[in-house]
Write a protein that binds this ligand. Structure first.
Ligand SMILES: C[S@@+](CC[C@H](N)C(=O)[O-])C[C@H]1O[C@@H](n2cnc3c(N)ncnc32)[C@H](O)[C@@H]1O
Length: 341
């Protein structure tokens, strides 16, 4: 309650407040169709370094910053559902003692912790220096490294790879507009193929555009504040440099020269419950307020930070899932081909 009120206080000072309460507008348009670089390191740094203290104070040192797995049972706590997600990933990746696993976009290290607890060796890569520092402080192996500038020589070979909530950052809006999205995803799957042993598995969890995504050219902060166009514009401020894949079929198509699909399911409702529980937790924890006060200076000097805050307070990501502007997928792939195909 305290944190929530403080956020609102911030916003009313800035002359911008109030949740998005009206019903979604379905514009009857086709979802954006994606074609083929990414969030730059400074954009990722900006996003996660601001969040670093608040996030760790609210959710724990190595908490997940991605959707959990409730599987329809919303009586589960966030911790139980995140644990269920880790178990699901490790089972589907056939991970056990002695296996070497790469976590692309490791965040504050939740999956690395689960790997450690299962006797596997995890290596995490992230673009955020704060995340890598936090992981290492907590006994997890993580580097600041961009998969686009990495290869088998720099990272080694793996039995399995996971990318939980990172694919969203691989292609920027500018790259999408230049028609580079498919090319980027194809490069990503080629990279994973190169690092995996034959038959090795890859787990991807990602947001995608949903059936009610607005037309790209209508997305605007000038749009009606209850419109899909406005909330996507605000959500974009929270995730600078990120443009989503059009849907699971685009991802499967790009993976197909290198991987066969083992399974795919939607985690949209699970992500909504994750956000509900994140919000509840924010209201309950006093130490968060202290961490938030430390970020106050950003509010005064950085316009983008104010937009990020608005996006959080107005519950933009939740609205995107609720209105099916965005969807969410958990996908398991298996590497095809022999050793160095
Ligand atoms: C939403 S966070 C998810 C973190 C973690 N997997 C989790 O579930 O809590 C996205 C992560 O992807 C990382 N990331 C984004 N683009 C990347 C890239 N090109 N190479 C490596 N990591 C990247 C970010 O630094 C961040 O750690």
């Amino acid at each position: 309650m305290v944190a929530d009120d403080a956020f609102r206080e911030f916003l009313s000072l800035a002359g911008q407040s109030g949740p998005l309460t009206k019903q979604p507008t379905n514009y009857g348009r086709k979802p954006i169709v994606a074609k083929a670089l990414m969030a730059t390191q400074s954009q990722i740094e900006e996003t996660y370094n601001y969040m670093d203290q608040v996030f760790r104070a609210a959710y724990g040192e190595d908490a997940d910053v991605s959707g959990a797995m409730f599987n329809g049972d919303f009586s589960l706590s966030l911790e139980q559902a995140q644990h269920a997600k880790h178990e699901y990933i490790l089972t589907h990746l056939s991970v056990g003692p002695g296996k070497r696993v790469l976590d692309i976009g490791c965040g504050w290290g939740p999956l690395l912790r689960a790997l450690q607890q299962h006797g596997a060796t995890g290596l995490g890569i992230t673009l955020s220096t704060k995340q890598a520092e936090a992981c290492r402080r907590n006994g997890l192996d993580a580097r600041v490294s961009d998969w686009k500038h990495s290869d088998r020589a720099s990272l080694g070979q793996f039995d399995a790879i996971a990318g939980v909530g990172s694919l969203e950052a691989f292609c920027s809006k500018e790259e999408f507009l230049e028609g580079k999205q498919n090319e980027i995803y194809s490069r990503f799957f080629a990279f994973c193929h190169q690092l995996l042993r034959p038959g090795g598995r890859l787990f991807i969890q990602t947001m995608t555009w949903g059936k009610n995504a607005p037309s790209l050219h209508d997305i605007s902060l000038e749009a009606d504040k209850t419109s899909n166009e406005y909330i996507v514009a605000l959500t974009e401020k929270f995730y600078p440099g990120c443009w989503l894949p059009s849907g699971e079929s685009q991802i499967i198509d790009c993976a197909s020269p290198y991987f066969k699909v083992v399974s795919s399911n939607s985690g949209r409702l699970d992500y909504m419950e994750t956000i509900r529980q994140w919000n509840r937790r924010l209201r309950l924890n006093f130490s968060i307020l202290i961490a938030m006060l430390r970020t106050l200076r950003y509010f005064l000097i950085d316009r983008n930070f104010r937009f990020k805050l608005m996006s959080l307070v107005q519950g933009c990501q939740y609205e995107c899932f609720k209105r099916e502007i965005m969807d969410h997928h958990r996908m398991v792939f298996e590497r095809i081909g022999a050793a160095d195909d």
